[in-house]
Design a protein around this ligand. Structure first.
Ligand code: NDP
Length: 625
């Protein structure tokens, strides 16, 4: 690593990254986006419904209401049933199960986490995915398979949106009302509404003037474009199309748009990093030979590598684990001797709790500084990004276009992308990259999109502009939650999230919240949902077995957990500050508080902590009645 250091002047790299960042940071941060309501509410209509459900409003008493029919909601229902809890309703606004996969059916939609670890319940269902990286259609089909195999359709209220939930102290139950007029009540409510669920639009001047067709990628209009999520967009023959945004979604749909449209303009504000994907067919025979427990082992192995913990073998070997090996690789050489380790432990540089886990597992922030680890990682990051930038030159013919497609920031400033056709799409004569030099689209007119006073006339504008993150919880969920003394969740979390284990909230008894904050954050989000839902199901069953009606995170437990999150938070402030803006760093404005972070020791440590807590079987941290 030190040899490499002689080849690069990190100060020059930092300055280049800082210039790229500074031209993108805006005072209005999250406010630059507008909500999809009012005049824009058609952007969240369901384009996939074949028939609208017509049913009578229901009034029912249930044990558990699960809000959200994505993987989190389905796993909750499965684990509850395994615990013998069957009086369940799953409320889902879409016309079927799948959550993010119900909505995101854009052409090319697929998951770039290995399918063997992304798909939950693989040992129970015996499902064999066709490819290392699954497609949207296969994922949606698997969701339906889970729903059928575990009898979830009987419990589902589809095409139904929750409009409000309220705790009733007299009965110790939650009252849940829906837009179908249902008045349901349940002992417990699980909020599994998805962290990237609410589409957002940039507040571009003139956005309502455009007379052509528009939609958001999460509500793809196949009636207009023709084709399916596998591509072949025959409806775009002869059409001029603009796509706004170049994040993980655009990377996947742009190749299909380029192949089908007469003319495609890709409006870029910040280029994504696009690494090799290299998809391949899976080996069903290999899967059959795996011993029981292989799935959990594989998922843990992946998480450990991403948390920088030592493993004997990289089982998944994909772009994610490669990236982490590249970035943490330098640390391998830094493994201290037992003697130095003992000294560091005494001097507080090393967290003794992790002593036995191997050299990389226990480095505190202080130790990282002491060993100059951060600089080594910065160097490794630079070389990784240079390889990614070099790949653009190798693939894109036009040198100027290639230069504009190069990402100048550190790898994890934005979500890394993996694709083998995206960059080559810019070699097509009908595809034009309109790079806005970090500024974004200037305005829209009735005919098209304008940047630097040039109007690009189009028939259709597709917003690949992502989802709300960091806005008020109730706004993203689409409903308010009123707990004890009618306190709303928006008020409770106004100054930042407060929870016990990221899931239980004082003032909101018998409610479970899923998500990455104050919990185990994983790039393989379904694994976190699986762990959270198992934990929830255990608690509901344990409370039932004890005859409890009310379970509320105590103020002490909540405060203790928030303190733990802050204490263990990795010091990422300087990293985030130097990053180009995006939803990873609150649009360049940083986290208001370290309390809004995930558990600092990584997801595996967090899930182990929950497992230990269950093993003790004491329901610690709850006030019960
Ligand atoms: P993102 O938020 O990642 O991207 C939004 C894009 O819109 C960015 O390129 C952004 O630019 C651009 N943008 C916003 N405003 C403007 C503007 N005014 N003018 C021009 N461009 C603008 O959303 P995605 O839907 O792409 O991805 C969301 C998340 O979904 C991903 O991060 C990932 O977690 C998940 N995902 C996962 C996939 C998988 O394979 N597992 C595939 C697809 C998505 P800028 O960067 O400058 O803000």
């Amino acid at each position: 690593m030190y040899d490499l250091k002689d080849q690069v002047d990190l100060e020059t790299v930092r300055e280049k990254y800082r210039v790229e960042r500074d031209k993108r940071v805006r005072d209005d941060g999250n406010e630059q986006y507008q909500q999809v309501d009012g005049d824009f509410s058609y952007f969240v209509d369901d384009p996939y419904l074949e028939t609208a459900i017509s049913r009578a409003a229901q009034q029912r008493d249930l044990e558990v209401i699960i809000i959200g029919g994505g993987f989190g909601g389905m796993l909750s229902a499965v684990h509850l049933q395994q615990q013998g809890i069957n009086e369940i309703a799953i409320i889902e606004k879409g016309g079927g199960f799948g959550g993010t996969w119900y909505w995101n059916r854009y052409p090319g939609a697929s998951c770039d986490i290995e399918s063997y670890i992304y798909f939950p319940l693989m040992e129970e269902t015996g499902f064999v995915p066709a490819h290392k990286y699954t497609s949207a259609s296969e994922t949606l089909a698997y969701c339906q398979e889970i729903a059928e195999q575990f009898n979830l359709y009987d419990k589902a209220l589809l095409q139904t949106e929750v409009v409000g939930t309220r705790w009733d102290e007299a009965t110790c139950r939650w009252l849940v009302e829906t837009d179908q007029g249902d008045k349901l009540n349940a002992r417990y409510v699980v909020h599994s509404n998805g962290p990237l669920n609410r589409p957002k639009l940039p507040a571009i001047s003139g956005i309502t003037d455009f007379k052509g067709h528009t939609f958001h990628t999460s509500r793809w209009d196949y009636g207009y474009t023709g084709g399916t999520s596998d591509g072949d967009l025959t409806g775009l023959k002869g059409k001029r199309v603009a796509v706004i945004g170049t994040g993980a979604t655009a990377i996947q749909c742009v190749p299909h748009l380029g192949a089908s449209a007469k003319q495609l303009y890709v409006f870029q504000r910040t280029p994504s990093s696009v690494e090799v994907r290299n998809n391949s067919a899976t080996d069903g025979e290999w899967l059959k030979e795996q011993p029981p427990g292989w799935h959990e082992q594989r998922r843990r192995n992946f998480e450990k590598i991403l948390a920088g913990k030592p493993v004997r073998e990289d089982l998944v070997r994909d772009g994610w684990t490669d990236a982490f090996r590249d970035l943490f690789g330098g640390l391998q050489d830094k493994a201290p001797s037992r003697r130095r380790l003992a000294l560091w432990t005494l001097s507080g540089l090393v967290n003794p709790a992790f002593y036995r886990q191997g050299a990389r597992a226990y480095l505190t922030d202080k130790a990282m500084d002491f060993m100059n680890v951060r600089e080594e990682m910065e160097l490794a990051d630079y070389f990784k990004m240079e390889r990614i930038r070099g790949r653009v030159d190798e693939i894109v013919d036009d040198a100027e276009t290639a230069e504009r497609l190069k990402p100048y920031y550190r790898l994890f400033c934005k979500r890394p992308c993996f694709h083998d056709d995206y960059l080559a799409t810019f070699n097509r004569p009908n595809v034009v990259l309109v790079d806005t030099n970090g500024q974004g689209v200037e305005r829209m007119t009735e005919n098209g999109v304008v940047f630097e006073n040039v109007e690009y006339p189009v028939d259709c504008i597709i917003f690949a502009t992502g989802f709300e993150v960091g806005t008020d919880y109730a706004r993203r969920a689409g409903y308010q939650i009123f707990g004890t003394q009618a306190q709303s969740i928006s008020d409770k979390w106004e100054g930042g999230m407060q929870s016990f284990h990221g899931m239980h909230v004082n003032g909101f008894p018998n409610a479970f919240f899923y998500g990455p904050i104050q919990s185990g954050f994983s790039a393989n989000f379904t694994y976190a949902l699986d762990q959270q839902s198992q934990h929830m199901a255990y608690i509901v069953a344990a409370a039932k077995a004890r005859g409890l009606k009310r379970m509320e995170a105590s103020t002490k437990a909540e405060k203790g957990w928030v303190d733990t999150i802050i204490k263990k938070a990795r010091d990422t402030e300087s990293f985030q500050e130097a990053c180009t803006p995006g939803y990873y760093n609150n649009e360049g404005h940083g986290n208001q508080t370290q309390a809004n972070m995930a558990y600092g020791e990584g997801p595996v440590a967090f899930f182990d902590l929950l497992a230990e807590w269950r093993k003790r079987d004491q329901l610690e941290g709850f006030d019960t009645a």
